[in-house]
Design a protein around this ligand. Structure first.
Ligand SMILES: [Zn+2]
Ligand SMILES: [Zn+2]
Length: 279
């Protein structure tokens, strides 16, 4: 499953004194102006559909890119308005972020997103996602496969967990400004190797079943020339293996809902009930 985080400068780093880190801001703008288009062209060439997790502010600031994503029929999902840390917010404020983000994406692309991801979820994020009518969420890091959540009151949500296996590899383990300042970048080749290693390990999992690989890159990181070449090469590597299903998140969520409904043996393994009611 291929995800692109389209964040551009919506998640710019704020220094502890409250000021904007302008170097970080400028670097991220590259993603909205240039990087996102380069990634779209690569996907066009491979004829691969992927899921774009889009920050509301990125869609507002770079609306042509948001429209181009929709025109190409890629899957569209929410990623906060300013990439908020939801755990810092009250439940009402969290709902406002969802409402604003989903509304912005719907206006910009003409489509209502079916899912969303937060990189900093709160204890109520899954409930909020279900309340907003989303079919799936991808904010958890806690499983190899999706699972169907029963959130009570007739609300269900497919959770598609993700992993740290992404283009943060380019940044030597962090995407915060010290990585830029200290020059802790690794070569694009390093990431390609890491992605291929994960891909091979997922296919040859010791359980005997292939493992889901969630893989994600960013407009402002992988959108650069040599990094995007690694992305390009990785797509070719994955495509060349006919044991692989390259799915969007919405396709996977739909498929998993069917599997859980029809299967009597796997549903226990993959379903989790959240018993604690949110405060
Ligand atoms: Zn991201
Ligand atoms: Zn994120």
């Amino acid at each position: 499953m291929i995800a692109i985080h389209f964040e551009a400068d919506s998640a710019s780093y704020i220094r502890p004194d409250g000021s904007v880190d302008t170097q970080d801001l400028i670097n991220r703008q590259y993603g909205g102006k240039i990087g996102i288009w380069r990634l779209l062209r690569i996907l066009d060439r491979h004829e691969i559909k992927c899921t774009f997790f889009i920050c509301g502010a990125a869609a507002d600031r770079y609306i042509e890119a948001a429209r181009a994503i929709a025109e190409r029929k890629h899957d569209i999902a929410g990623h906060g308005y300013y990439h908020e840390a939801l755990w810092r917010l009250t439940r009402d404020a969290e709902e406002e972020v969802f409402t604003k983000t989903l509304g912005t994406l719907e206006r910009a692309t003409g489509r209502r997103p079916l899912g969303s991801r937060s990189c900093a979820a709160s204890p109520t994020t899954l409930h909020t996602a279900a309340k907003m009518g989303l079919a799936w969420d991808s904010s958890m890091w806690n499983d190899d496969y999706p699972y169907l959540l029963d959130l009570g009151g007739g609300r269900t949500l497919v959770e598609i967990p993700f992993t740290i296996n992404n283009d943060i590899n380019f940044m030597g383990g962090g995407i915060t400004p010290p990585a830029y300042v200290q020059g802790r970048f690794r070569s694009a080749k390093y990431s390609l190797e890491a992605w291929k290693a994960e891909f091979d390990a997922c296919l040859n999992d010791p359980s005997g079943k292939p493992k889901m690989m969630t893989f994600c890159v960013h407009d402002y990181l992988t959108g650069h020339a040599s990094n995007s070449k690694s992305f390009d090469d990785f797509l070719q590597y994955a495509k060349d293996d006919d044991r692989v299903w390259i799915a969007t998140y919405s396709e996977m969520a739909e498929r998993w809902r069917e599997l859980c409904r029809n299967s009597t043996h796997s549903i226990d393994n993959f379903s989790i009930s959240i018993n604690a009611s949110p405060a």
